[in-house]
Design a protein around this ligand. Sequence first.
Ligand SMILES: *Cc1c(COP(=O)(O)O)cnc(C)c1O
Length: 430
Amino acid sequence: MSLASVSRMEAKLLLPTYERQPILFVRGRGVYLWDSEGKRYLDFLSGIGVNALGHNHPAIQATIKRQAGRLIHISNLFFHEYQAELARLLTEISGLDRAFFCNSGTEAWEGALKLARAFAQANNNFAKANNGSKPKTRILAMDNSFHGRTFGALATTGQPKYRAPFVPLLPGVDFVKFNDVEDLKRKFDSSVCAVCIETIQGEGGICPVNPEFLELASRLTKESGALLVLDEIQCGLGRTGRHFAYQHYGVLPDVVTVAKPLACGLPLGAILTTERVASCFHPGMHGTTFGGGPLACAVAIEFLREEKKLLKHVRIVGEYFQAALRELDKKHKSIQEVRGAGLMLAVELDSAELAKAVAKQLLQKGIIINRTHETVLRFLPPYIIQKKHVDQMIQALDAALRDNAESTKTATAEKESTGSKRRRAVHAHA
Ligand SMILES: *Cc1c(COP(=O)(O)O)cnc(C)c1O
């Protein structure tokens, strides 16, 4: 089928939820994708951080073939060979004790919210001793965050555009200004059961949490018996050059969610937590039909084997990439800021039109990136990306910024009159 016929049928038959780029992809290998006309693309987005090992990785392909020939689904009524082993690997790298498997990021997040409420309820005595009769049910979430599309995730997503069409949402959620220590102090009290943070905000434009903010959240939750819940669905599992982004900070959360790259494109998410928190769940309180099936778990085990080997490479290529973006920053007035860690990087531009035009030109040149939060160019390449691919991308980006500067001259002139570039801490580090 051609792009034209597919897009005509979709326009008639699907819910109108997506604005797709007019490209029909038919295969991929490593860092490259090919469309229906045989044009090759360099992938700097990896399906929004999912294809971390690139496309068609030989070990992943072999595992899928082998396992598909044995057993794909069994339900959580029975044992299969891979959940325990995958949980062992995830707890080993996270420093947490137990895992729950589900099918997506948003579903992992829903489970984490349920865990926070259930834990507070199970520890009611602790809460009562602290605050008399006030129920410990409030959830603090961050402005500018993104946790998914289901109702609980929406209720904790601090971007009004995602929430507004669906109100009323889950009650008991309050938003804190991201990285604003005073605002967190003001809004936190013993009625809070969880503080929810993306260690590096993804959809929100690649914004790392500040060390002092995360440390305060960790201290406040510890002192009052609330939970620190980190969403590492985008920034976790090697993306920043460590297994988890919180490992750059030396803070250990009570609960962490992961998903995107976990099963290399098969649907799989996980909640990781401590022994203490896990003990508030009992059989029947939470579950899933598909989640943690043998095929997805077998693939995830294989992914973690590769991820471990790639961490150092992610750090080295990530630093090389970030340094190159900083060189562009010096050269182009339209660049406001370069942010991120490892291979989760972003360039904030001074106008949405420019960002749109740059992303479009790169796509025409055969390089896939993504624009998020209007003005931010987001880079989430596969971990296997090499310096030569970064060079190719930087060259194209340099040209696109130059070629499209004209169309946004007004914004640039405005910036020159208001002063220089914004500067702020960009690194997530210990
Ligand atoms: C993508 C994402 C989600 C939602 O994951 P889905 O698999 O799309 O449900 C939640 N949190 C963060 C930080 C994400 O990047």
